[in-house]
Ligand binder design. Structure first.
Ligand code: BGP
Length: 488
């Protein structure tokens, strides 16, 4: 058998990208609800005040909120043994600081988890997949305010207690390292809920790439998230010692573009700053040495990293390292190198790789490499790939079929790479593809960038009836799961 018997097979979504129902049953606004959709070349835009005529993709998304039964049945049809989804913090604490949780929100996730249980699907729950309550941004200044750590813990305690017998796998913050990959506004706002007053109160649309951001504040906010994550791990184990609680890193694997030692060193720096910084804090429980150098050289005042917090980080290390993997990038000091569009950042173009329509370079071998590197760095920590997928324009044929061979090819390569990594001895416990059902893209806000095995009839011009249909990749993934990765 190529994959272990207990290997978790499934897919991953985020509440803000699939649920819709953005003001139903007591829910209030979260960060993504304030963002307009962009297109292939235009990033999402922040709009300070709601505009009824504007298109906010998360407001309806793909209507999972009302269609979760149909959707989970479709996922079960592929043989999923796990399903990664996030709890939308604002459904539970609509203002972020409410005294009591919102029962309607809690009841919704009870129903979702019960539906999963019906099919023997293990939920893998992200506590915060960019869904920071909007009032936490405006009233508290996001995670740069230490009080928000307590608000998050109250939320974590509420849901972990409520679902302690329904959910075993938990992830604290989605892609906690994105503020390091891109020190600009999108990641500070998405990841940390940090935005300057002036931008919050502006009266015009602001492209996310243009949001102002103060570096010192970003590192303080990120530190508070580390502390919140570590305290959540501790708390979770008190609630149920069987919980497996992980971090979640947007793993940006990089290669030096040339054998120039300067490129090799530049690549080392990128790897350390983008990946290993957050990984080390959450797996090893301490800030790595290279970060102290970075802080020193960049004039960051580190007095916010107190002795007490360092103890908390040590006591709250994660049970598993989970990560997203879509592409790889090259790093070079040579300025004439051709650039490519990375997930959140710009890298140099790898001449050996093809790219998606969004410029994401496809690299299955890089996944085997990444898994081996991570297993070497964190030998005692199980790994899980919790996002991997191919965003593409899909075409519905006249007879309703969708021939997404490119997606099958992408997954085949990456599953092959995981099988190889298992042979290498890597402790890999599961795999969830990104967006098993089409949803709204996080980076562009588009419906057109589709990831699913299941197509959703919904488009960026607001048309479509939300109906679902299977793509060719649906039966293919079903076969892969049924054969434990044997039949690719
Ligand atoms: C990751 C996010 C997801 C998801 C994915 C694909 O960064 O965790 O939320 O959206 O990327 O990105 P995009 O939607 O921009 O194609």
């Amino acid at each position: 058998m190529r994959f272990p018997k207990k290997f978790l097979w499934g897919g991953a979504v985020a509440a803000n990208q699939c649920e819709g129902a953005y003001l139903e049953d007591g829910k209030l606004l979260s960060v993504p609800d304030m963002l307009l959709g962009g297109d292939v070349n235009t990033p999402r835009t922040f709009l300070p005040r709601e505009d009824a005529t504007a298109f906010y993709p998360s407001h309806e998304a793909v209507d999972f909120y009302h269609r979760y039964k149909e959707d989970i049945a479709l996922l079960a049809g592929m043989g999923f043994t796990c399903f990664r989804l996030s709890i939308n913090w604002v459904r539970i604490f609509p203002n972020g600081d409410d005294e009591e949780p919102n029962e309607a929100g809690l009841a919704f996730y009870d129903a979702v988890f019960d539906e999963c249980a019906k099919y023997g699907i293990e939920p893998v729950v992200t506590l915060c997949h960019y869904e920071i309550p909007w009032s936490i941004v405006t009233k508290y200044g996001g995670f740069s305010n230490r009080d928000v750590v307590d608000l998050f813990l109250k939320y974590a305690r509420t849901v972990m207690t409520r679902y302690k017998d329904k959910v075993k796998y938990w992830l604290t913050f989605n892609e906690i390292n994105i503020p390091c990959m891109h020190l600009g506004g999108l990641s500070a706002l998405y990841g940390l809920g940090v935005m300057e007053e002036e931008d919050i109160n502006s009266d015009h649309r602001i492209p996310l790439t243009e949001l102002k951001v103060d570096k010192q504040r970003v590192f303080e906010a990120l530190h508070n998230e580390f502390v919140a994550s570590a305290l959540t791990v501790k708390l979770g184990h008190e609630i149920n010692p069987d919980f497996m609680i992980g971090n979640m890193i947007a793993h940006e694997t990089s290669y030096p573009l040339t054998p120039d030692p300067k490129d090799v060193l530049a690549c080392l720096d990128v790897d350390n700053f983008h990946n290993n910084f957050c990984g080390d804090v959450q797996v090893r429980g301490e800030y790595p040495a290279f970060m102290w150098r970075y802080f020193r050289e960049n004039g960051i005042d580190t007095s916010f990293i107190t002795e007490e917090d360092r103890k908390i980080l040590k006591e709250g290390t994660v049970d598993m390292y989970t990560f997203s993997y879509y592409m790889t990038n090259c790093v070079t000091v040579h300025e004439d190198a051709e650039k490519t569009a990375g997930n959140m950042t710009l890298g140099a173009k790898n001449p050996y790789l093809k790219a998606s329509d969004w410029g994401w370079q496809i690299d299955p071998d890089g996944l085997r490499y990444t898994l081996n590197v991570l297993a070497g760095r964190y030998p005692d920590t199980p790994l899980m790939v919790v996002e991997n997928g191919f965003g593409a324009f899909d075409k519905v044929e006249e007879d309703g079929s969708i021939h997404d061979q490119y997606r099958i090819d992408y997954f085949r390569g990456h599953i092959e790479a995981m099988a190889e990594a298992l042979q290498d001895g890597v402790n890999l416990i599961g795999y969830t593809t990104w967006g098993p059902i089409d949803l709204v893209s996080a980076g562009t806000g588009q419906y057109a960038k589709r990831y699913g095995f299941i197509y959703v009839d919904r488009h960026d011009d607001g048309t479509g009836d939300f109906s679902r249909r299977k793509k060719d990749s649906y039966d293919w993934y079903k076969k892969v799961i049924a054969s434990q990765g044997e039949d690719l």
